[in-house]
Design a protein around this ligand. Sequence first.
Ligand code: NDP
Length: 468
Amino acid sequence: MHTDLIINGQQIQGQALSFAVINPANESVIAEVASASAGQVNDAVRTALQAFKAWKNVSDDAVKQAFAKIAADIRAEKDEIAQLITLEQGKTIGMAQFEVDAGASWIDYLSGLDIPVETIQEPKGKTIKVYNRPLGVVASVTPWNWPFMIAVWHIFPALKTKNCVINKPSEYTPLSTIKLVEIINRHVPAGVCSIVLGKGEIGQALTEHADVAKVTFTGSTRTGQSILSHSVSSLKSVVLELGGNDAGIVLADADVERTAQGIFASAFLNAGQTCAALKRLYVHESVYEALTEKLVQIANAQVIGDGANPEVTFGPVQNKMQYDKVNALIADAVARGGQVLTASKALPDHGYFIAPALIANVQEGIALVDEEQFGPVLPIIKFNAVDEVLERSNNTQFGLGGSIWSTDLAKAEQIASQMETGTVWINSHSDLSPAAPFGGWKLSGLGYSFGLEGLLLFTHKQAVHISG
Ligand code: NDP
C-alpha cells in the first residue's frame, strides 16, 4: 500500500505532520500518512508548470494511447483497488468493484471524445478558427464518498484537454487515489499528474496557488464557497460540485414494486453518502402505504457489517463526523414527532454503523428534511396535489437533482420541466452518464462536469482570425 505523495513522477514522503487513515468498519488505523508541507505543494505546482510546456503539445493519439494503458492497468488491478476502497471508505466490496469499473469506463468514454475546432467563414473572406486550448495547471480536490471515481472524474478531463493536474484527496480516503495516480504515472510524463496529501489546509494551499489556472472541487457547499472566494485574485476558473437535497416525487400511477427498488437503491446508495442521492421522498397518498411497506421490507432485509465480507449488503458511514451528524438528524426528527418505520437492528460494537432508517410523519421545517443528511436515513412525506409538491420540492437552497416516478412519461416530463435542478430523472435517480452534463443549480454548484460541455470547461477558447 502506497502512502506517499507523488510529485514530478516521484514517490516522496510528506514533510509535515502525519494523520491516520481509519477503517470505518472497525475504527482500526489502516495507515499513517505524512502530509505535504507548503514547500511540497509549491514543488508540485512548479513541476506541473514545467511539464505543461511539453504536455500541452502532446498529440491526441498519444493521449488516447496513455488512457488505454491506464484503463487496462486499472482493470488488471481491479481487485486490489476495490479492496483499498472498501478498507478506507467502508462501502461493500461489490460496490467498490463497481466504482473501479465505472472509473475505467469513464476513461474509455473520455478517450473517444474529440476536442472540436470550429471554423467560421466570414462573408468577406476571412476565416476564423476557434480552438479549445489547455489552461495550464489544474487543482483537483476530492471527497471521501466515492474517492476513486470522483478522482477519475476530475483528473481525466484535465489530462484529455492537455492540462497538468494535481489532486488532493480527502484525508479520510487517500489510499485508492494514491494508487490511481501511481498507475497514471506509469503512462504519462513526470509532472503531468501529481498528488499531494493532507487535510483541508493543504487543499486550500493548492487551490489558492497563484500558478493554478483552474480548480475542480467536489464536496461541501461551505468549502466550495471558500475555494471560490480565494480564486478571485488570480481569476481562476472554478467548477464546483456541491451538496444537494434531491427530492423524489412518486405519483399515484407509479409502479410500486419497481419504484421501491429504485428509490432504495438511490437513497441508500453508498449508505446514502452520494451527492446525487435521493434525500427527501414525497409520495402520493394513494400509493403511500404500499410503497412505504415495500421500502421497509427492503431496508429490513439488509445485511449490515464490514463491506469486505461479500455477504454484507450495507456498510458503515465513512467517518465519525458524518456518523454523529446523521445520528443527530435522526434523533432530532424523532424528538419532533418523526416515526421510524424500519426495525431496529443489532449493530457491530465497533465501526460507524447506522442501519438504514425510513422516517415518516415529518414535514419541512426540520433539519432532516431541509438539510443534506448524506447518510442512511430517508424522510418520507405524504402529498395529494402535484402543484403543491412541486413547490415544496423546489423550496430549497439546493438544486442538484430530483426525480419523478410515474408510468405516465409525458406527464413526468412536464413535471421535470418545472423542477429547479441540474438533473431530473424519471423512474430512476443517481445514475449518471459520462455523456450528459452534470451540475447543480443554486448552492449545489457552479459549472458542469461530464459530456463535451463539461470537458471544454478545462479549456480556454482561442479565436484565430485568418485573413488571406
Ligand atoms: P469538505 O467539503 O470539507 O471536504 C471535501 C474535500 O475538501 C476534502 O478533500 C477536504 O479535505 C477538502 N477541504 C477541506 N477544507 C478545504 C479548504 N478550505 N480548501 C480546499 N479544500 C478543502 O466536506 P466534509 O468532509 O467536511 O463533509 C461535510 C459535508 O459535505 C457532508 O456532510 C456532506 O453533506 C457534504 N459532502 C458532499 C460531498 C459531495 O459529493 N458533494 C462529498 C463530501 C461531503 P479533508 O477531508 O482532508 O479535510
